[in-house]
Write a protein that binds this ligand. Structure first.
Ligand code: NDP
Length: 285
């Protein structure tokens, strides 16, 4: 009798704490802008409720959800399938539900790579990766799958860096070596891309990873995962020395774009997402 449809497509996020996660604002702004009748519900899910939350999403026919801390590893046991990089990384932050089947992906590294590709194709490049936590692991795996020639992983705790290097050597064609990071680190000769994947700089515009800034060269692409404040001290120092810089907002936005593409099979407006985050973080271009 009518074409009216009062049923929105459901997506969202499971994490705890979740109140400071701006992803909902970013994704719903894109839904509104693109006229997509979908919602993104930011849910606080305690670890003991993760199984029920996943079952609920399936029962309510959500098309997908993000999983953030502390659920990125724990969610895997409730899924039917894993994409290649999620399997190698051993963590999932984006789940798609298709015909009742749950498919786990990892968009942390993919979001970074989409951002990097605007400045440089990682294929054949030599990369210095600072940090060996979850973000570094995801980025290293995507760089390896994208054909980076060599990844040098520098971390205070060298065992964690070694674990990632082994993962890269065992699962991709890239070379990977490690550096125990103590004191100011000079960018080694031949490096094309420097990535800060530590948490240094988060919420502190003056914090800077211990790196010899005079070893930056104009041909370096210097990227930071820190989304807030986006223009970190590392990026300011690199820019002052003529490097191409990439901020962590791009990584965050591209993760949103990739998630919506996986769930709805359509590309949302990245510009609207960037603008929304810039407004939230009080950033001007
Ligand atoms: P983890 O806690 O897993 O890892 C933190 C890393 O930072 C470790 O390698 C740690 O070294 C290193 N580190 C922390 N403090 C110092 C220090 N003072 N000196 C040297 N190294 C230090 O965190 P994640 O990997 O999950 O996240 C890292 C950052 O990435 C966070 O700030 C997060 O906001 C950001 N991120 C951004 C995303 C985006 O879309 N823009 C997506 C995901 C994460 P050690 O092992 O020696 O302790």
């Amino acid at each position: 009798m009518t074409d009216m449809n009062f049923r929105a497509v459901l997506t969202g996020s499971f994490s705890t704490p979740c109140a400071d996660n701006p992803t909902v604002a970013m994704i719903e702004a894109a839904y509104r802008h693109d006229g997509i009748d979908a919602r993104y519900i930011n849910c606080d899910v305690q670890p003991e409720n993760l199984a029920a939350a996943v079952a609920g999403a399936r029962a309510m026919e959500w098309v997908g959800f993000n999983c953030s801390l502390p659920h990125k590893v724990a969610v895997i046991e409730y899924l039917d399938e894993l994409a290649e990089s999620a399997r190698i990384i051993g963590a999932v932050n984006c789940v798609s539900i298709r015909d009742g089947r749950l498919i786990g992906d990892n968009t942390d590294g993919k979001g970074f790579l989409a951002s990097l590709q605007k400045a440089a194709d990682p294929k054949g490049k030599k990369v210095l990766l600072l940090g060996a936590g979850g973000a570094a692991r995801a980025i290293a795996v995507e760089l390896g799958l994208a054909g980076a020639a060599h990844i040098t992983i520098a971390n205070r705790n060298r065992d964690k860096a070694e674990a990632i290097a082994t993962l890269i050597r065992d699962n991709t064609k890239s070379e990977a070596t490690t550096i125990e990071w103590a004191g100011d680190l000079a960018v080694p000769d031949g490096i094309d891309v420097v990535i800060n994947a530590t948490s240094i700089g988060l919420g502190d515009a003056q914090a800077m990873p211990k790196i010899d800034r005079d070893s930056f060269r104009p041909n370096h692409v210097v990227a930071d995962v820190i989304p807030n404040p986006p223009m970190t001290k590392l990026l300011r120092e690199a820019k002052a020395r003529g490097c191409t810089t990439l901020d962590g907002l791009g990584m965050l936005v591209n993760q949103g774009v990739i998630g919506v593409e996986l769930w709805l099979d359509r590309k949302p407006s990245a510009d609207v997402m960037v603008q929304t985050l810039q407004d939230i973080f009080n950033v001007s271009d």
